[in-house]
Design a protein around this ligand. Structure first.
Ligand code: TRP
Length: 343
């Protein structure tokens, strides 16, 4: 960043926009929580930043996948994100597996990542407990691949939720370590704190976050759920016995519905409390359901159009990958040269 500014200080030169990198694993359906917590933020960041986005399909195979399903999930996620507003004209958007430099840099960085560091990753500990029959080396070195994703594009900022904070911290350590040995090679990325990310909770148990892997499908809303299904799921959401729409401690169910309603309508909690003063939870739940339908329906319509044209989607991904490749190449060539690898 500093270097770029020094070489770029002619008076008319526009200030370089900060670069963002982010990726989402194609591990099936996306929930309302994914949308309001992350995806919508991807869309908004495009105006302010130079964004590089990918589907993280190489990460996805650290858990055993059915090949046809993985491919389908990858394309569907790509289409859904475009339907939600990720704009391939504004941002670079592609599949991680299309740019070999991710795998190449990942290998190099894994030799700058310590066993002890990887052992401390809480996601590794969780996932190896959940997939005890397949604790593969890729699951362990997953953070080196994630570091490669980020450092390859010299990203200044990475939007992170709590679950990826530790991985970003390790990415920074790897970058600083490499730069310390070989001289300035990588931009050391900063976490980007999402501005209006909603933390959407499980509709039946608001002590947990909304997750599509919950066995009860009524506990989560999928981005592709039919309007009638969405309305029904909100009707069965847990509340409390107070019958008063207000944001307060001990009212986790109502707080969650207020958070969702606020995220979909832009209304503040105070405005929502005014709107539903003297009204029952039934009215409120209907309003929340309708607000969510209004938010998701245009995305669903666009999504259906897009997935019916796989060829167009493939073309967009190819174009995105070509742009990504141009940026990635600069970094990987620099790294190979510094490390002394014959290219
Ligand atoms: N590991 C992230 C997740 O599971 C996905 C991811 C892969 C990512 N590479 C990334 C996120 C780089 C941010 C930056 O959510």
């Amino acid at each position: 960043m500093e270097e770029a500014m020094k070489t770029n200080n002619q008076p008319e030169a526009p200030a370089r926009k900060k670069r963002i990198f982010s990726a989402i694993q194609p591990s099936g359906q996306m929930t309302l929580g994914n949308y309001l917590g992350a995806i919508r933020n991807w869309v908004e960041m495009q105006d302010q930043f130079d964004c590089v986005y990918a589907t993280a399909n190489l990460h996805a195979i650290t858990v055993r996948q059915e090949p046809k399903k993985l491919k389908e999930n990858t394309t569907n996620l790509f289409a859904l994100l475009i339907a939600a507003g990720v704009d391939p004209e504004k941002s670079i958007f592609f599949h991680q597996s299309m740019v070999p430099a991710h795998a190449e840099l990942s290998w190099v960085l894994s030799t700058f990542t310590q066993f002890g560091e990887l052992s401390r990753m809480t996601q590794f500990k969780d996932k190896s407990a959940r997939h005890a029959d397949n604790i593969n080396a890729g699951l362990f070195t997953y953070p080196s691949l994630m570091a490669a994703d980020i450092l390859l594009y010299q990203a200044d900022l990475v939007p992170v939720g709590d679950d990826q904070r530790q991985h970003l911290e390790l990415t920074r350590d790897i970058a600083v370590r490499f730069n310390g040995i070989y001289g300035k090679t990588f931009v050391v990325p900063e976490p980007y704190i999402k501005k209006n990310a909603a933390r959407v909770r499980n509709l039946l148990d608001p002590s947990k976050k909304m997750s599509k892997s919950d066995p009860n499908t009524k506990s989560f809303i999928l981005m592709t759920d039919e309007p009638a299904t969405i309305m029904k799921k909100f009707r069965s959401a847990v509340t409390d016995s107070e019958a008063s729409v207000r944001y307060a401690e001990g009212k986790d169910g109502i707080n969650n519905l207020m958070e969702i309603y606020s995220a979909c309508t832009g209304k503040t909690y105070a405005q929502i409390e005014d709107e539903f003063r003297g009204k029952g939870y039934g009215d409120f739940k209907t309003a929340v359901g309708e607000a969510v339908v209004a938010t998701l329906e245009p995305i669903q319509i666009r999504y259906k159009e897009l997935i019916s044209d796989r060829k167009y989607l493939d073309e967009l991904a190819q174009k995105g990958a070509a742009s990504a490749e141009r940026l990635a190449k600069r970094t990987i060539e620099k790294v190979y040269k510094k490390v002394g690898l014959v290219r």
